[in-house]
Design a protein around this ligand. Structure first.
Ligand code: KG4
Ligand code: ZN
Length: 363
């Protein structure tokens, strides 16, 4: 580390799902963050195709790293460490990233840190807002859905999560069922703006069950049935029907996430944190109805609410560089035996959740 810069300079690499990303951070300062998405490659298949994703990562990773380093105005030799997502995720992509990191680490002699992708998301509020430990994190995306009690860079307790689909997946499937464009979240939210959320009543799965686990796969089946009966009754799907279905569906997701967050908050607050706060991350965190509802809950409970900017809520490499830096500060680094892991639960003690998001292999 240079004497002039006490903060470490870290390259982050991310390739665990369908975004190829590289970033350079100096401490909490993001010098560059490059994300190459793959939406167009997978669009025709209605979901991420692992083999296509892996090939695209292999093709794009070195370009992303070059761009990130150049944009940051640094050279590889100035780096203090290389952080790479080593799991959980689609294994072909994770292997591509880990292989590149190993190559860079052995060529430059810099330390390498294998980072858990979920830890990257979970630590993002520290990168963006310097949030003090312990805080509660709700991670909601197309592939993840869990509540985490975040106590340190490598100290996480999972309080609950989905036992089947992730909410983003449910939004995407809903959009597909209603003929709306992908990604489904933004198009369903847009349509819902003109809809009446009370016209169709969708189930609020698992609210009758104690704890913070959730289920979203039944919602899409309910939506499909309602859609079919509307079409049968009215002879087609009008804009208003579509808007009402979207509003009803979104309200169900919002209500389940809000009620489960209330329960997770009770567990968290029982530990008497000095500065109670909850943070949200993942693509679904963009949903305004959900944000508003969580914000109201936080006001009621006198808990601070942090929502990092969306580009840092969705998959990116800045969060991996930051998490890697936090581990490096604790003396963690890995050698050439670092393995890519398709599954890697953050919480080493809680029992694994069934399914927990089907978009990719998840913890
Ligand atoms: O975190 P992300 O970019 O990627 C991963 O899943 O890893 O999240 C993408 C997911 C998609 O399922 C997308 O439909 C959903 O986030 N999403 C939304 C909104 N914007 C994106 N869901 C609900 N409302 C939104 N406004
Ligand atoms: Zn992610």
């Amino acid at each position: 580390m240079s004497v002039l810069n006490a903060e470490p300079l870290i390259l982050g690499i991310e390739s665990s799902c369908d975004d190829t990303a590289a970033a350079v951070l100096r401490g909490r300062n993001i010098l560059s963050s490059v994300v190459a998405g793959q939406d167009t490659l997978h669009a025709a298949y209605g979901g991420v195709v692992p083999e296509i994703a892996a090939r695209a990562h292999a093709e794009k990773l070195d370009i992303c790293v070059e761009d990130a380093v150049q944009e940051a105005g640094v050279s590889l030799n100035e780096l203090d460490a290389i952080a790479v997502t080593a799991g959980p995720g689609l294994i072909g992509g994770v292997v591509s990233g880990v292989m590149l990191a190993k190559g860079l680490a052995s060529a430059t002699g810099k330390p390498m840190i294998g980072v858990n992708h979920l830890a990257g998301h979970a630590l993002t509020p520290r990168l963006t807002d310097d949030l003090p430990f312990p805080y509660l994190m709700l991670l909601v995306s197309g592939g993840h859905c869990q509540f985490l009690l975040v106590k340190g860079p490598d100290d996480f307790t999972r309080l609950g999560g989905t036992i089947d689909d992730a909410p983003g997946e449910a939004f995407d499937k809903t959009a597909r069922l209603l003929g709306l464009p992908q990604p489904g979240g933004p198009s369903v939210e847009r349509a819902a703006k003109d809809g009446d959320e009370k016209r169709f009543r969708f189930p609020r799965p698992l609210l009758d069950r104690e704890g913070c686990d959730m289920s979203f796969s039944g919602l899409k089946t309910a939506l499909m049935r309602t859609r079919d009966s509307v079409v049968a009754e009215k002879g087609g799907m009008t804009e208003q029907n579509r808007a009402d279905l979207c509003a009803g569906f979104q309200a169900a997701v919002r209500d389940v996430l809000t009620e489960k967050t209330r329960r997770a908050l009770d567990v968290y607050l029982a530990e008497n944190p000095a500065e109670p706060s909850i943070a949200i991350a993942g693509g679904v965190a963009a949903n305004q109805a959900l944000r508003q509802s969580l914000q109201n809950l936080c006001e009621q409970k006198a808990v601070a609410f942090t929502a990092p900017p969306l580009r840092l809520c969705t998959d990116n490499a800045a969060m991996i560089a930051y998490a890697g830096g936090a581990l490096l500060a604790q003396g963690v680094s890995h050698d050439m035996t670092l393995a890519a892991r398709p599954r890697w639960p953050l919480d080493k003690t809680s029992a694994p959740l069934l399914g927990s998001g089907k978009k990719g292999a998840k913890a």
